[in-house]
Design a protein around this ligand. Sequence first.
Ligand SMILES: Cc1ncc(C[n+]2csc(CCOP(=O)(O)OP(=O)(O)O)c2C)c(N)n1
Ligand SMILES: CC(=O)[C@@H](O)[C@H](O)COP(=O)(O)O
Ligand SMILES: [Mg+2]
Length: 622
Amino acid sequence: MSYEILSKIESPADVKALSAEQLDQLCDEIREKLIDVVSVNGGHLSSNLGVVELTVAMHRVFDCPADSIVFDVGHQSYTHKMLTGRYHEIDTIRREGGLSGFPKRCESEYDAFNAGHASTSISAALGIAKAKLLAGDPSYTIAVIGDGSLTGGMAYEGLNNAGQHKKNFIVILNDNRMSISRNVGAMARYLSSIRMQPWYRRLKRGTEHTLSKIPLLGRPIGNLLKRSKSKVKHVMYRHTIFDKLGLSYYGPVDGHNMEDLMNALNTVKQSKDPALLHVVTKKGKGYKYAEDDSASYHGVGSFNVDTGEPISSDKNFSAVFGEKLCELAETDQRVCAVTAAMRTGTGLMDFSKQYRDRFFDVGIAEEHAVTFAAGLAVNGMLPVFAVYSTFLQRGYDQLIHDVSMQNAHLVLGVDRAGVVGEDGETHQGLFDVSMLNAIPDTTIYSPCYFDGLENALTTALFEDKGLVAVRYPRGGEGKKPEGYSRENIDYEICGDRDADTLLITYGRLFNEAVAARQIVKEQGGELCIMKLCRIKPIDERAVKLASGFPKIHFFEEGMRSGSVADRFRDMLDLQNYSGSYRVCAVDDAYVQHASVKNSLQALGFDAQSMARSVQQREEVSG
Ligand SMILES: Cc1ncc(C[n+]2csc(CCOP(=O)(O)OP(=O)(O)O)c2C)c(N)n1
Ligand SMILES: CC(=O)[C@@H](O)[C@H](O)COP(=O)(O)O
Ligand SMILES: [Mg+2]
């Protein structure tokens, strides 16, 4: 495709200059480009395909960057990026040094607020709107939030507060009935009921009459409405939950009908109260495979556009976790699984089908998930909360207050631990160890291999007590070293025990350490490796063993502050260790998007860097 219109869009002003026919063509070109670029770079396909018309309409009606659009999660902002001067860079999206897959203020003045985690948009937009009010700035602030993200508690905290704001504040609710999987919960049912209710259809007829009296762009809105296919069903109907919260509800409007959308947006612009516009869209719109199975195309790696098939589909830790949990649930009726809207990503699809009664998708509500699981635990169940490391950050107080302090037995399956690659800084799993390390009496396992994960999960459920985390990275396991039989649950040591240097690590970095030892060996040196699997509490025997080495080098794929390495050193100090001790961890910085391989390399965690670092150290101290 030549992208005849899209390639000429330098800013939203160019969108405003297009005719209705050109707008249709623009939407087609955007969809084509989205499929093209995501099939190569990976990314959030279904969500972006669903908001093409909505994004174009917003840039027709509002004046960005003076008006601020705050995207919730931000995974649906690719069209916005293309319409705001970044079309020519879109092929770099999610690539190292290229555009981010999420809104970034440092990337463009059109990105009003950074995101990546869900349910923040209403609070952020409200803050922006209040700041504008204080500065006498009359521009609009718009939060665009999906129905899935509206299951997150923070969204309600924002709504509860927003009703007091008076002007130029708009929430656009993009309702596609989907989170990543089918959306869950009472709010999802409530939104369907708004779409289905007979009163709503009656209301629609009444609305046109009411609106015919309101002038818009010199013409009565009613006239505009008559021309539009499905009409805009907006009126100040005072009985939705949103109205009760102080936001005027408008909608629902067909989110793929450009004329309806623009009419609706122009109408909410006139609202004297904060407004909520309910837009109904189809996730995956315009790409057959994504329309039929939007969950599988929510976040994808590269794929074949013609067949929809992923380019690579190796077995990963999440799948192993899910299989093992099913097996354990079969043997013990107390085992249950909790997810915060991440059923597919965390490998719980089969569990959700096989053990429906013991599977709980609570929506994008990690705080609730932790406390809910704690409730299950104190009443005799064996809950496992499967959660991405980065999203566990949401439930930190709950881990301390609701789980640990009352010694509830909760197992966390901490997925995507370590660097995650192309999603970048908002999604890196680099904080969980520091967070969990600080909580008294917590047990943490960080296996390197699939069998280690299975082992750790079984021990965590049936032998350990209190808060227990089993953490594992995105993707698959590495090649096992020669002579490997089974991963130990506590620690193991391999290589030359007479070597001067001991390299300690855990998790997938062990693969790099094994390769580093080979490099060192080829260069005539010797290296011994200690691999920890249980990283909290650290085994005293491991510390004793390590204290016999004159030089210790600890590599840790996590934050330096609160690290296992720091705790290990404290324990060595207690043994009066007098050798040299060096730590390579993530030092006080956020890690940007790049492939996992390149990220590990940039952080000094790849085999070459490890070997170099160990040898440099030997030269310095030798
Ligand atoms: C706190 C948090 N938990 C989980 C996620 C993972 N996640 C990203 S998008 C998404 C679904 C969002 O659904 P919705 O807001 O309806 O947007 P849609 O993709 O349907 O357009 C989830 C669960 C996240 N980004 N943040
Ligand atoms: C936007 C979001 O938070 C999720 O969609 C996330 O990007 C999924 O990541 P994975 O691809 O690792 O499942
Ligand atoms: Mg949705």
